[in-house]
Ligand binder design. Sequence first.
Ligand code: NAD
Length: 374
Amino acid sequence: MRIAVLKEGAAGENRVALTPETAKKFATLGATVAVEAGAGGAASITDEAYREVGAEVGAAAATVKDADIVLGVQAPDVAALKGAKPGAWVVATFDPFRERERVEAYAKAGLEALSMEFMPRITRAQSMDVLSSQSNLAGYKAVLAAANEYGRAFPMMMTAAGTVQAARAFVMGVGVAGLQAIATAKRLGAQVSATDVRSATKEQIQSLGAKPIFVENVAGIEGEGSGGYATEMSEEYQKAQAELVSGHLAKQDIVITTALIPGRPAPRLISDAQIATMKPGSVIFDLAVAQGGNVEGSVPDQVVEKHGVKIIGFSNTASHLAADSSALFARNLYNFLSAFWDKEAGKPVLDEEIGNAVRLTQGGKVVNERLAAQ
Ligand code: NAD
């Protein structure tokens, strides 16, 4: 069993899907581990660190040759996988709804694509969930990046020269990233409030010491669909939410938006007219900027200034914390493959529930139900 890891090819991708820690663990399972030279460099992992735990380090073609499993953060181009065994597994994120052509190319090449974004949200798969591990770090980084652009302090400070007021921070979308954003803004000393379409988040917001801002008494309030994900909201709800949020936004210094709906463009939460009501010097961080954006006018990796408000967002937020995000991503992949490791076969054998959820291609065909339904 040969497990190969290539240097990530996408621009701005600093993460790596294998760390020396997980390389060692895969070796303990009996696998040979091969890494392309320089693959960990942007995450502060040297080639030497991989060699020390017994991994082969070499050129891309030699690394992938005869691989049974290729691990990636973002799925590599099919061309980079030439030489892998027929039917080899590629375990990575595929962005399957938006990258249909790549999925088709994997099918055509006879590769088995396993998409980590499609990991079901069930208790036993929590330790395998890359969306959670990466969103958590992204929520933290979003607050730090916003604080950096903000020309004032977060905490209240009483000084000999007078008092500095605490910043007001508002988090829109309280999933994994939003919860971490609330906790981080609280730690920095801001006065924090938050909103979501899922009413279950109200208690979670309160438990972190933040104030929930919620639309009440409107049809379609329960915005929770399958797997704990949000659904699209009724027009009536969206109107009521926009009114409530508008009044609140005008009083904020920092806004972090995190709202996503799987398989659909990110919902628009803040319009240009609402930005115009905000205080000059306020900062908005749009964590959904790469999925179409929650904020009108946000541009990935740029600081856009509108009406005196700075709007920022990274195309790949977790990649800005590459050492930690790689460590967690790599563990998610190890937890996934090791949970299904068949000692006799010397390879992982997936069960139906998780296998059918994550498998995109098999036997030359696209086989995934969620993709078919789209
Ligand atoms: P997500 O990234 O899909 O979306 C971010 C948040 O935006 C969600 O809370 C969503 O409700 C919210 N949102 C969507 N549209 C909105 C709108 N118009 N206005 C305001 N907010 C809006 O969410 P996520 O971080 O993946 O988490 C969703 C839920 O799933 C959470 O409760 C989380 O704890 C749960 N979860 C469970 C597991 C597991 O059991 N294995 C794993 C991960 C997450």
